[in-house]
Design a protein around this ligand. Sequence first.
Ligand SMILES: [Zn+2]
Ligand SMILES: [Zn+2]
Length: 410
Amino acid sequence: MKKVILVDDNPAILTIMSKRLQAEAVETLTADNGADALRMTRENRPDVVVLDLMMPKMHGYTLIQEIRNDPDLSHVKIMVISAKTYAADVDRSLRLGADRYLSKPFDLQVFWKTIAELLGGTPPPFTLRFWGARGSIATPGPDTVKYGGNTACTEVRCGDQLLILDAGTGIRELGLSLLREFQQRPIKGHIFVGHTHWDHIQGFPFFAPAFIPGNEFTIYSLRGAEKPLEKVFRGQMDNDYFPVLLSEMKASLEFRELESEVNLGEIQVSYIFLNHPGLAVGFRISFAGRSLVYISDHENYGRLSPGGPSPNPLDLEIARFAENAELLISEAQYTEEEYAQKKGWGHSTFLDALDLANQAKVKRLAIFHHDPSHDDTFLDQISEFCQKTIEERRYTFSCFLAQEGTLIEL
Ligand SMILES: [Zn+2]
Ligand SMILES: [Zn+2]
């Protein structure tokens, strides 16, 4: 029989969790403080310990460390369930050795699914697919077949949850693919838009699932500089620009202006401001002990305004935001020579992206937001340049150029 120890100083939460696990024939033991939990873990050697962070007698971080420092307990899986949703707390817990982080309040079904995965030993799928990797404007044609001509759109799947990064022209094909996959079943998704320049929202009016009643989408981005987020989306579908109004999209659409991190149960999405004309943010999606970071569009602070401290503290902040990610999707549009002509346009060079990935100690880098003037042959050369630079500088991450249609597993 599988064994789980539950630790929380709230007796009501302990009862709810115990009952759910007992219904699945899992033996459960409970403790209301960290010190008792550690003693019980050593005595009973459970398969999983579920713990809160803010607990009497021993903080959750200490409990995680004590378990991880005990060689007899190396098989024990740890799941944190906390009301703290700060990316810093999630990251610290995972760094100290927790396997999962679930934010309170949590869905009991999600709770059980996560425990079941820990007991079964297989992590839930965390995948992404690029539907548009081009920056600025769509560039279809024979010279962009390999990397694709659609503008920014990336589909992310965390278990069975659907997230979408940006709604550039690539979202049209994604929408059709979702309709094929879901058939008559309702589609629910979370669309995170880094900023509302055309290349990041222009596909939205062609996102077919948004026209079907019963589907639900939440669109997250910053409030516009002088108007609400919803008005920005309504504006691009004004009859002067488009034949169909936003109000004719019959799915349930909720526009949520970002004010703090977004907690989607076992998925946490945090954001950081980027250096780009107007307002723009990058995202970090943490799920099942792994993180994906999306930085588009962005110009290195130090390079744009040299003369201050080097490295620029704002660049260090971006690197910290991306720290230890499994995959960093970073925009890069220019060679060093091109940048000399395009300084101040709000975009990075290929070397900037490589530097950022190195500073952030990520495992993989995907270069994204390809310049409309760069054809497949040129981008192949850039790919070679990046590999050569990584070898010369002895960087430890791997790098590839985002290609429309590619499926990546994290
Ligand atoms: Zn862009
Ligand atoms: Zn932009």
